[in-house]
Design a protein around this ligand. Structure first.
Ligand SMILES: Nc1ncnc2c1ncn2[C@@H]1O[C@H](COP(=O)(O)OP(=O)(O)O)[C@@H](O)[C@H]1O
Ligand SMILES: [Mg+2]
Length: 243
């Protein structure tokens, strides 16, 4: 089966820093994949370039079998690719419900010109129910806890009915109960057919949830495989030990 996401030779430099160095990997449809690597190995940059938030210097990207020449966040979202951010991005002054509804309107200011459809509103309410946030629907998103904002961002990206979700450090800074909740929702969505690529530092989370695990070091993959394989890979151990 052809890849859902394929990156080939992605390169991104910031001044003298090579954040992505001829980086290539593929994500098969139905994957629950992890992208791991030491700090500064290029994980967030890979997400930014794949989702069109930063232009690559070189490389090719294809999604859903089509080559994406100039990745653009709005267009990719329409094609079924969604992402969350290492620091959850919500509109703090808007209500929780408005945040979810808005996620479906890219560019979001389009919303200012038309009314929210009943269907969108219902879907947003359903999502908030599924994520246990219904009681907070009319509260400004800025009042939510850090973990709840991560959940809200996750719920919001589902408005677009994505086929692939890229999560950047979904458990960072959230309490253990919320980690379990996030894991539950990832498994649930994966069971409903959504594919995932997850950047995550918490190794026990990655090891119990993800397969394959792709390991980046200095901007390029050094290993890709089942969690146990990757865990015992010499080059991976060296990368983490700062070889
Ligand atoms: N906007 C930027 N400007 C300059 N350097 C950057 C920028 N974004 C990332 N970098 C550098 O690129 C490298 C990879 O960073 P990043 O992708 O954030 O790594 P990771 O997410 O794996 O920790 C690091 O050396 C980082 O300092
Ligand atoms: Mg990062």
């Amino acid at each position: 089966m052809s890849a859902l996401l394929a990156v080939e030779g992605l390169t991104k430099t910031f001044g003298g820093i090579v954040a992505l160095d001829q980086c290539s990997f593929e994500i098969a449809p139905g994957s629950l994949a992890a992208l791991i690597g030491p700090n500064g190995s290029g994980k967030t940059t890979a997400f930014n370039v794949i989702t069109g938030y930063q232009p690559a210097d070189a490389g090719r990207l294809s999604f859903g079998g089509r080559v994406v020449r100039r990745p653009d966040p709005c267009r990719l979202q329409r094609l079924g690719m969604a992402r969350t951010f290492q620091q959850a991005r919500v509109f703090p002054g808007l209500s929780v419900l408005e945040n979810v509804v808005l996620a479906h309107h890219q560019p979001w200011h389009a919303l200012l010109r038309r009314r929210v459809s009943v269907t969108d509103r219902r879907r947003a309410e359903d999502l908030l129910g599924e994520f246990g946030l219904a009681a907070h629907s009319h509260v400004p998103a800025g009042m939510l806890s850090y973990g709840q904002r991560k959940l809200l961002e996750f719920a919001s990206v589902l408005m677009g009915e994505p086929t692939l979700i890229l999560l950047d450090e979904p458990t960072a800074g959230v309490n253990p109960v919320m980690v379990d909740t996030i894991e539950h929702h990832i498994r649930r969505c994966h069971g409903e057919g959504v594919s995932f690529l997850i950047v995550e530092h918490e190794m026990s989370f990655v090891m119990r949830l993800c397969d394959p695990v792709i390991v980046l070091d200095r901007g390029r993959p050094i290993a890709c495989g089942a969690p146990q394989e990757v865990q015992n890979d010499r080059s991976v151990l060296d990368a983490y030990l700062g070889d």
